[in-house]
Design a binder for this molecule. Structure first.
Ligand code: DQA
Length: 151
């Protein structure tokens, strides 16, 4: 019973970074809230953030496919950040794991610059949540807690 939460580049700056777009909540705040939510259902949460594409690929490969089955996750929540709009490598890593994932964006990517409207992930995602700020992560976790685990 494990869920992997992946955050891409510049999300380590949450709270400081363009707060009018991304809000005042920090990544540590999000991790804490999700941790409490998961623990209440006896689910383990693995939280990773990197500014490096290859490092994100390796985390996804590891927790999604290569680790022993006890260490592997059942599902993924990912905010690929700027890699949303550029990364075939991250898409391929997710596809390789065959683990279902939810794509989350804090901002509404459809109401911003046109280049943000295209995602390399959405067509293979179970769901896409955008524009709900940090609540999007909680909604995504709630979805997995509801749909993966019955007790
Ligand atoms: C983002 C939206 C992306 O376009 C942007 O590059 C990000 C954050 C979001 O959460 O709203 O870094 O994924």
């Amino acid at each position: 019973r494990k869920v992997l939460v992946v955050n891409g580049p510049n999300l380590n700056l949450l709270g400081k970074r363009e707060p009018e777009i991304y809000g005042h909540t920090t990544l540590a705040d999000i991790e804490k809230t999700l941790g409490t939510q998961a623990r209440a259902r006896d689910v383990g949460l693995i939280f990773v953030q990197s500014n490096h594409e290859g490092e994100l690929v390796e985390h996804i490969q590891h927790y999604g496919l290569l680790a022993d089955s006890a260490e592997q996750v059942d599902a993924i929540i990912i905010n690929p950040a700027a890699f949303t709009h550029t990364s075939v490598a991250l898409r391929d890593a997710l596809a390789a794991t065959k683990k279902p994932f939810i794509e989350v964006h804090l901002s509404n990517v459809h109401s911003r610059e046109p280049f943000r409207a295209h995602s390399y992930f959405s067509d293979i995602a179970t769901a896409v949540i955008c524009g709900c700020g940090h609540l999007g992560y909680e909604m995504a976790l709630n979805y997995w807690l509801t749909h993966l685990y019955t007790d």
